[in-house]
Design a protein around this ligand. Sequence first.
Ligand SMILES: NC(=O)c1ccc[n+]([C@@H]2O[C@H](COP(=O)([O-])OP(=O)(O)OC[C@H]3O[C@@H](n4cnc5c(N)ncnc54)[C@H](O)[C@@H]3O)[C@@H](O)[C@H]2O)c1
Length: 330
Amino acid sequence: MPRYGDVNVSFLAGGRNAQMGMLDGKVAIVTGAGNGVGRGEAVLLAAHGAKVVVNDLGGSVTGDGADAKVADEVVEVIKSRGGEAVANYDSVADYDGAGNIVRSAIDAFGRLDVLVNNAGILRDKMMFSMSPEDFDAVVKVHMYGTFNTMQHASAYWRNESKEGRQPSASIINTVSSAGLQGQASQINYGAAKAGIAAMTIIAGLELTRYGVRANCVGPGGATRMVGAAMAGIEIKNPDEYTEFTAMNPGNSAPAVVFLASDESKPLTGQVLRMVGNSLCVYKPWEMGEEFFATDKEGDAAQWDPADIGRILGRYHFKTMNAGIDAQRRR
Ligand SMILES: NC(=O)c1ccc[n+]([C@@H]2O[C@H](COP(=O)([O-])OP(=O)(O)OC[C@H]3O[C@@H](n4cnc5c(N)ncnc54)[C@H](O)[C@@H]3O)[C@@H](O)[C@H]2O)c1
């Protein structure tokens, strides 16, 4: 395993104003920035010079209720550290609300450069016990929420480009191993997260010409969302940690600062996982080895279903030793 012990990452200590300038002049939105992962991202983006819209509906982990205090508190943390931020309380699940989030960046700071889609809820259940409402609510916040803000922001950036002000902008969406690798009891959440990864690839393809990159971050950490699934874990706000701790949800924020900055150009359509002190890049779905069906004369033919298990068992899954046929195949 490679180690990069020479990398000295200075992390935000409470009360310190670490203006390091990687994002000077940039305006960023972080959705769901009132708690956990998003809160760590908003605080670190501001510490690196970005002006931040702290969006949060302020509801429960399951998506019930609303409370403006949640976003206001993070704005205060950023301001107390010398940064600039405004609050927004709209729901990302609401298309017009998402439009308000994008507009609040332009109204408050005159532009938008970075969109971090992080807001999320959980309603875990095995599928045979899951109601359509639980499926819908989770997909609405994660997947529709990501589409809603991207739709409004991309229209703004396309217009900027057409007006001769080519953006250098970045979308950072939030995925999870629950969607990219699979996790029982999270069919709603996993579907949404895998969908977000797919939407990000497509956003990258559609928006490059307008100066917009789109990537994902796979975060981790002890948040109230994780606390809903794992009893007994200590949950602290990322800005309350003063020492490196593997479960600090703020540990994913450096990946977001990098992707938000022009240093990550021309990266687009990628998924970075940053949890604790680990950084890796997810491999996307890709085609494996191809097998071709032929008739007795060797001409292209439709597959016989009876051949599929034998061919995949011998040459792909290797559950069957192909014997001397493996040699003939070469
Ligand atoms: N914590 C982890 O280990 C982990 C792992 C993988 C992915 N994630 C992802 O990270 C993101 C943040 O999760 P977290 O663990 O920090 O959870 P969290 O519950 O601490 O934070 C989520 C925030 O989103 C806000 N929110 C919910 N619905 C909203 C809506 N409709 N509009 C605006 N804001 C809304 C909530 O009020 C909350 O402040 C989520 O997308 C989650 O799926 C987290």
